[in-house]
Design a binder for this molecule. Structure first.
Ligand code: TEU
Ligand code: CA
Length: 553
């Protein structure tokens, strides 16, 4: 067992815009983060991952960067950042930056130059093509945020590629100058003392040269066969590793939409010299008739099947990252648990148990440790996210589907669910700001907030705190081998972990029903490591209450 810090770490994701506002302008900022470091230290996490804080016109809340070496005006200054980094380090907290280099903002100086003329020295920093004819883009690929993935640019009468918004032109990674710029910029941040990178859509940086039409899935062609895990992606990551990553003691996690376990073994293999781990999305991609917009829950056997496959196939070969939600996903408790008041706390704790006992580095998305829920959207005017705003237009305002049919689906999956402000206390605006927040606070903040939960030893917060502490004392949680039990059960998620002579059993009831359970022989009489309810686990036959979860060792 080769101990590695980022395998043992618990990572906490901060979405700065919604974390804590220090100056009353309604927008979270870096000083706000600094002011809450003690809270994060108290929770016990090891690493903070910050969603982008760089200069940006905020078409996609900072995922459209106009200067990689400057801080977004609304978030503060580089001095504020340096102070935050120093304060975090003082507390033993590491800081991981979001690295968004599949694309830049169209307001980045490289792109402003690039679009000027075909001869410009930055022209090949981006992906320019002639249209099929005057009105038709080079191919049928659709942008992730609706519409074509190509934008016509009058100045040179050519199209540029943008897999996301038209204000996020894709960089041309085949150009060695682009790679050098990116690697130099990464080195600059590493030299500043940051502790790692979360790499945005890093599986999409390499595109096939020919750029053929893609399969038509809904309104537009799908680019994924030609842009995901493209021909040179591993070569570029190995180059990045050699030139930058290998020189520092940092952690890296690749956001890799469309990744399979086979590919993950290459991206995050123990000896492939690319990344430490990847985010896979299979367990959050239960798409329905309107693509990602869907309000159905997973069938438990399917969910287990996916997670078990990742657990077993990566074992000893590559490292997993574990998450139920992030800034692009609905709230975990609303999606995988049960956010009705009588079940919210129990199901939030159950989900935490299920995730933190698996193998991999667990990620906690801000507010998840409080059991924050989805937002009760009443009208499309409440959306702030470009993806939800555009999707509502594309699907509903176009007349393709009725509001009635589409509404439950979009509010179940809107990224804005995760982006409402962190609920700090029960004062106005949940203590997030003294001004008007950029996005509405969830009205349930009077009950669900950090102040109430830190004071209540039985809260979701204290349960997370306990899970995080247990990880420090039980290497089996990090290094133990996973084995599923009761794979056909539609009610219970049950698995064991084994390390040397030690063995641990995790049992999670994913339903709002009472379920009878027989403790496997080898665990009868073992002690309870953690449980979200009181029960007599020394008995062989027990009845689990709704969303009950426990771990025996
Ligand atoms: O997300 C990329 C991604 O593949 C998706 O999860 C996507 O955002 C979306 O949810 C599609 O339905 C990353 C960032 O996490 C996201 O916030 C950015 O908007 C996107 O890249 C572009 O930078
Ligand atoms: Ca602010």
């Amino acid at each position: 067992m080769n101990r590695i810090w980022w395998k043992e770490a618990v990572i906490y994701q901060i979405y700065p815009r919604s974390f804590m506002d220090s100056n009353g302008d309604g927008i979270g900022d870096i000083k706000g983060i600094t002011s809450r470091l003690d809270y994060l230290k108290y929770l016990g996490v090891d690493v903070l991952w910050l969603s982008p804080i760089y200069k940006s016109p905020n078409d996609d809340n900072g995922y459209d960067i106009s200067d990689y070496q400057a801080i977004m005006d609304e978030f503060g200054t580089m001095e504020d950042f340096d102070e935050m980094l120093a304060e975090a380090h003082k507390r033993g907290l590491r800081v991981v930056m979001d690295l968004v280099v599949n694309h830049t903002s169209d307001e980045h100086k490289w792109f402003m130059e690039s679009r000027k003329s075909k001869e410009n020295e930055y022209r090949d920093y981006y992906i320019w093509r002639e249209g099929k004819d005057a009105e038709t883009p080079p191919n049928n690929w659709g942008s992730c945020f609706s519409g074509s993935a190509w934008q016509y640019d009058e100045q040179t009468a050519m199209y540029y590629l943008h897999l996301f918004s038209r204000k996020q032109p894709d960089l041309n990674w085949d150009n060695p100058k682009v790679r050098k710029e990116v690697f130099d910029m990464m080195t600059w941040w590493c030299d500043k003392g940051i502790d790692g990178f979360r790499m945005d859509v890093i599986s999409m940086i390499s595109k096939t040269e020919e750029m053929p039409d893609g399969p038509v899935t809904d309104f537009y062609g799908d680019y994924s066969p030609y842009c995901i895990h493209g021909p040179n992606v591993h070569r570029y990551l190995q180059e990045m590793n050699e030139k930058v990553l290998s020189k520092y003691d940092i952690m890296t996690v690749g956001e890799t939409p469309g990744v399979t376990t086979e590919q993950a073994k290459q991206y995050a293999g123990e000896d492939t010299r690319e990344l430490n781990m990847v985010f896979q999305f299979e367990h959050v991609d239960n798409h329905g008739k309107y693509g990602k917009w869907d309000d159905q829950k997973w069938q438990l056997t399917k969910l287990k099947n996916i997670l078990t496959r990742w657990q077993t196939e990566l074992y000893g070969k590559a490292w997993n990252s574990l998450f139920w939600d992030n800034h692009d996903q609905p709230r975990a408790v609303s999606r995988f648990g049960d956010d009705r008041p009588m079940y919210r706390e129990a199901s939030a704790k159950m989900l935490a148990t299920c995730l933190h006992m698996m193998q991999g580095s667990p990620y906690i998305y801000q507010g998840e440790e409080l059991g924050m829920t989805n937002y009760p959207f009443q009208s499309p005017d409440e959306f702030r996210d470009i993806e939800s705003v555009n999707a509502y237009k594309e699907w509903c305002l176009s007349g393709e589907v009725s509001h009635e049919d589409f509404w439950p689906c979009i509010i179940a999956r809107s990224r804005d669910n995760a982006r409402t402000p962190v609920q700090w206390d029960d004062s106005a605006q949940a203590g997030f700001t003294t001004g008007t927040p950029w996005i509405a606070v969830n009205p349930n903040y009077t009950e669900i907030n950090a102040k109430a939960e830190t004071e209540d030893p039985n809260s979701v917060f204290h349960y997370y705190k306990k899970l995080i502490a247990l990880r420090k004392e039980n290497p089996i949680m990090v290094y133990g081998k996973y084995e599923p039990l009761m794979e056909d059960s539609e009610e219970l998620f049950v698995y064991t972990r084994t390390l040397d002579e030690k063995k641990l059993l995790t049992v999670c009831n994913f339903t709002d029903q009472e379920i009878d359970f027989t403790i496997p022989e080898e665990f009868v009489g073992k002690s309870c490591l953690i449980a979200n309810m009181e029960n007599d686990y020394s008995k062989k036959e027990i009845t689990l209450r709704p969303y009950e979860a426990f771990v025996l060792i």
